[in-house]
Design a binder for this molecule. Structure first.
Ligand code: 13P
Ligand code: SF4
Length: 316
């Protein structure tokens, strides 16, 4: 028997209570999934929320590395992801063997891994960071220590530019969604929308040129490099009425819902992460009903990865 979307919503809300479960959703999730979530946020906020929840079960509506992070932080809780194929092209850009080989080339370096990495990679890292605290984390490392930053080259270039750090080596990984957002797309749009605030995620391939324009003063009033939650906050607090948004388009649903009197325009309509969209309401229901799919990081890996995550949480 097929269940209607409305029924899935009712069933999800019922099961959530029955099982003392909490639904955490990333800002890029489908609208109907965001609507059943207890908490919506960026990678850092989701990690924080997982760390403090009193629920027995966490249904993680995001991608696999985020669920792994929740499992590392809360080893006693059941962490479920509604679809195991919700991966991340950026997290796949480097594996543990590649990182071990890179570390061997730079034995004295401090390793900073963006949270979009597997648990195995985090276990070989000194610090974890997210887009909202990468600058803070790198700034906290003594200036004379070499830094290996991975896996996002655009976020790395952005952090190197802001911190003016010269001893930072950056892994050449990228997110296919954000790499597809180019400076030309943005320049074209900003040329016609002169009063709009411009919000850009540090993973975008346009970030370097955006930094340049901000430095030159061209975008001094309107260019903001922010994590997805930073964008949400800016949308709420800015006096602007129009916003050009350079990130995955899933974030527009929440932006519009929370700011109905403002206008949000995506730089690229097809900036869609197919991995994030693997999670549907029906799969969330299935996950809660059948306790699938559990994400559990082996204790030894989790213990080492946790150190890197805890260092990040302590700095933010
Ligand atoms: P945020 O931490 O800014 O939410 O970014 C996570 C992500 O996967 C961006 O693609
Ligand atoms: Fe990974 Fe990019 Fe999707 Fe974010 S948008 S989850 S970085 S593939």
């Amino acid at each position: 028997m097929t269940m209607l979307a409305m029924d899935f919503k009712e069933q999800v809300l019922r099961l959530k209570k029955e099982k003392n479960a909490v639904i955490l959703a990333h800002n890029y999730q489908l609208p109907e999934v965001q609507d059943v979530a207890d908490f919506i946020g960026d990678s850092l906020a989701l990690s924080r929320n997982a760390a403090t929840t009193k629920a027995d079960t966490i249904v993680f509506c995001g991608v696999h590395f985020m669920a792994e992070t929740a499992s590392i932080i809360c080893p006693d809780k059941r962490v479920l992801i509604p679809d195991l194929e919700a991966g991340c092209s950026l997290a796949s850009a480097i594996n543990a063997d590649e990182l071990a080989a890179w570390k061997a080339e730079h034995p004295d370096a401090v390793v900073v891994s963006y949270v979009n990495t597997t648990a195995d990679v985090k276990a070989l890292s000194d610090y974890c960071c997210t887009s909202s605290n990468a600058v803070k984390v790198v700034s906290s490392i003594p200036a004379d220590r070499k830094v290996l930053f991975l896996p996002d080259m655009f976020l790395g270039a952005y952090v190197a530019e802001v911190t003016k750090r010269k001893n930072m080596y950056i892994w050449p990984g990228e997110c296919h969604v954000h790499a597809g957002i180019k400076a030309e797309d943005i320049n074209k749009m900003l040329a016609t929308l002169k009063n709009a605030d411009f919000l850009v995620h540090p993973e975008c391939s346009c970030t370097s040129s955006t930094m340049y324009h901000i430095a030159k003063g061209d975008l001094a009033k309107t260019g903001h490099v922010l994590s997805t939650e930073g964008m949400m906050k800016h949308a709420r607090t800015s006096d602007a009425k129009q916003f050009v948004v350079a990130t995955e388009t899933g974030i527009l649903y929440r932006m519009k819902k929370e700011n109905p009197d403002k206008e949000f325009i995506p730089v690229k309509d097809d900036a869609v992460c197919r991995y994030m969209k693997k999670i549907t309401l029906e799969k969330v229901y299935n996950s809660l009903a059948h306790n699938v799919f559990e994400v559990k990081v082996p204790a030894k890996t989790a213990e080492k990865a946790r150190l890197a995550i805890d260092r990040m949480l302590a700095i933010s």
